[in-house]
Design a protein around this ligand. Sequence first.
Ligand SMILES: Cc1cc2nc3c(=O)[nH]c(=O)nc-3n(C[C@H](O)[C@H](O)[C@H](O)COP(=O)(O)O)c2cc1C
Length: 180
Amino acid sequence: MTEIFHITLGITGGIAACKSAELCSMLVKNGFSVQVVMTENAARFVTPLTFQTLSRNPVITSLWDAADWKPEHVALAEKTQLFAVAPCTANFLGKFANGIADDALSTFAVTMRCPVLLAPAMNPAMWANPAVQDNVRKLRARDIHFTGPESGHVACGADGIGRMSEPERIYEAVLQLAGR
Ligand SMILES: Cc1cc2nc3c(=O)[nH]c(=O)nc-3n(C[C@H](O)[C@H](O)[C@H](O)COP(=O)(O)O)c2cc1C
């Protein structure tokens, strides 16, 4: 029997959060253990209940309601084997690139030691912004993995590079990083 592989799936505040429900479901159906961590803004797009049901695990949205003595971000970082953030906002990219830890997801991000996969999703003007591109370069230089963003039509009506990769594509990148 193959050992259970622990993935922490971060969800940030973009319209593509609804596509991550499919990704979460795909991971669970294929035997991964999935712990979802959502930003407060992500919860404006999809409810934690959706991800709780699909992941079969309570969703973490805050650092402050842990039941255990060990801070949740520390306990989670110890067991996570792959950290994936999909969708990944411009805001999260900026925080992660600069070591900012001001909510559950960004605090977790600076605590973990496993491989990281980011699936950015944003308006093409945001993706092209030099500050965002600087952050992407910084993260790539630290061996952070990316899938997408893809070129096409984004939800806000614009065309260009910014669409989140499809869940199947992110899933394939996860498999590769997980060595499955
Ligand atoms: C309708 C709507 C859609 C949004 N979509 C995105 C998006 O796709 N990508 C992005 O980077 N920001 C998007 N934003 C802006 C983010 O939600 C905002 O920057 C927020 O601070 C991100 O917080 P978080 O990274 O903590 O989730 C959107 C905002 C709104 C109101």
